[in-house]
Design a protein. Structure first.
Length: 274
């Protein structure tokens, strides 16, 4: 039995993962900004702790981890899933919105990691899983700030993995594609500033113009995949979820390799002469 602390459990993959981990017989600290949205997970189950957690609030982060340690003795697996979408052309982005986006996705992740690592280091075991998005690789127009926040998570987690491997702790980035969640609804925000010149690019991705097609991804299957990855002996550093994410990633990486080859001579030309 292990203890999993999962952020963003009110809906979507976070909710599906909490349910799957509970069904697998583990302890779960299920968190959401509004505790009432996860309270049902803990009803009649002493292996589940429902906790109010806004990852942008340092006091709540500290309190949530302390409560987990007091109740279950420690956190073995941290899943940072809390987040939301934000759409705007780069020029349209509102400064306060951008800062909140990074506070939630990136700095919220950092706060959670720092809170659980002392216990994991003491036990010389643990797993950290940070949710990114295929947007970090795909960088779609109108989602530049969201893609940037997720790319920051990926860069940080890559370094973190190297720091933690000798201590028996794994770190993984998950890049999901489209899943049947409310990401395109309640969890999607956008700038109040609208610039007409971007109508043909970022403007096509604004909430009022987008018609969401059915997503291929099944949150319940994503939950099982994450559990399998965490419990594997060779926990992956990077995990794509969904055939759409896999195919997009492969296409983008190949295009980058082709471009690198085309410009190889210019790249090499910047070295000092032998």
């Amino acid at each position: 039995m292990t203890t999993w602390l999962i952020t963003g459990c009110s809906t979507g993959i976070g909710r599906a993962l909490a349910e799957a981990v509970i069904a697998a017989g583990h302890n779960v600290v299920a968190t959401a900004r509004d505790r009432e949205k996860v309270a049902d997970l803990a009803e009649g189950n002493n292996r589940v702790l429902a906790v109010a957690l806004d990852v942008t609030d340092p006091a709540q982060v500290t309190a949530a981890v302390a409560e987990a340690e007091k109740t279950f003795g420690g956190v073995d697996v941290l899943i940072h899933n809390a987040g939301y979408g934000y759409r705007a052309a780069v020029e349209e982005g509102d400064e306060a919105d951008i800062r909140l986006l990074f506070d939630t996705h990136f700095f919220g992740s950092v706060a959670m990691i720092k809170a659980v690592l002392p216990g994991m280091r003491a036990r010389r075991s643990g797993a950290i899983v940070n949710f990114s998005s295929i947007a970090a690789t795909y960088t779609p127009v109108g989602s530049g700030y969201y893609a940037a926040a997720k790319a920051a998570i990926e860069g940080m987690t890559g370094s973190l993995r190297g720091e933690l491997e000798p201590l028996g702790i794994s770190a993984t980035v998950v890049e999901p594609g489209g899943f049947a969640t409310d990401f395109g609804g309640r969890s999607l925000t956008q700038s109040t500033t609208v610039i007409a010149d971007y109508a043909g690019t970022a403007g096509k991705r604004r909430i009022e113009t987008v018609v969401n097609s059915p997503a291929k991804g099944d949150p319940a299957k994503a939950a099982q995949a994450i559990i399998r990855a965490v419990e594997a002996e060779d926990t992956p550093a990077f995990l794509l979820l969904g055939s759409d994410a896999l195919e997009a990633y492969q296409k983008i990486v190949q295009a980058r390799l082709d471009s690198t080859s085309n410009w190889e001579a210019l790249s090499r030309s910047t070295d000092f002469d032998a």
